[in-house]
Design a protein around this ligand. Sequence first.
Ligand SMILES: NC(=O)c1ccc[n+]([C@@H]2O[C@H](COP(=O)([O-])OP(=O)(O)OC[C@H]3O[C@@H](n4cnc5c(N)ncnc54)[C@H](OP(=O)(O)O)[C@@H]3O)[C@@H](O)[C@H]2O)c1
Length: 255
Amino acid sequence: MRLENKVAVVTGASSGVGREIALLFAKEGAKVVAVARRAERLAEIEEKSKELAGEIVAFAGDVSLEETNEKMIDFAIEKFGKFDILINNAGLMDNFAPAENLDTELLMRLMSVDVYGPAWATRKAVRVFMENENGGNIVNVASIAGICGGKSGCAYTMAKHAVIGLTKNTAFNYRLNKIRCNAICPAGINTEMTDPALFATADQKGLQSAMLSMHFGTRSAEAFEIADIALFLASDEAAVVNGAIVTADSGLISF
Ligand SMILES: NC(=O)c1ccc[n+]([C@@H]2O[C@H](COP(=O)([O-])OP(=O)(O)OC[C@H]3O[C@@H](n4cnc5c(N)ncnc54)[C@H](OP(=O)(O)O)[C@@H]3O)[C@@H](O)[C@H]2O)c1
């Protein structure tokens, strides 16, 4: 097992990528604190983990609040006695709006979940990891929107660029503390976030612009395929991978 004796906190574990990461990590022996707002969804994976080598415990909370990011890590330490891996995965997408149509309320909410949450969680995590003999490990789920512009709305693109900055800055500053920090940048993933029904209410100018990038016909990922990458980055197999921005886009941004 690749995560035996490891304790992980996974945000956004109630659906999509985070759910798959929590279950995969528990399968690989980790003790996992699964964080999201929908407690009933978390209860389902908590139950499911009883069949697995590790364990999942639910922590219902809103990561857009500073205190949640402190408390979820305190909870992991109280429950399991240590803390080794942080997966900043929870995220919101916007409505594809370009700058001219930025909605202030959506912009603020998106920044709180996609940027401030990971930043507060990272602050707490590195403070704990610096005291750990074996350091610790952070994986941020960003997006290709964090590398290039135009494939999403303005707010989401800004937010995911910030996550890349958080990743690189953290990787550099704590490289001598046995702390690694990497980011995964997927293109489309088949999850609730990309439910086609949501596109009907999207900003049509922004959506048309974003869709221009899809003409290569590259396939979307399944959530479990992103979880596999998170497992690699969180495991000792990636011991020399630090500050990496790992694209998971079937080549989309390379063409
Ligand atoms: N799907 C894609 O095409 C795609 C592409 C590139 C990158 N990504 C990134 O991948 C990550 C996972 O997305 P996904 O596709 O798995 O989407 P998803 O199925 O919609 O899952 C999003 C998760 O984030 C949680 N979340 C949202 N707001 C939260 C809050 N305020 N507090 C706590 N948890 C919150 C949700 O839980 P609750 O609602 O229960 O709180 C849910 O578990 C995100 O960072 C996303 O930006 C997705």
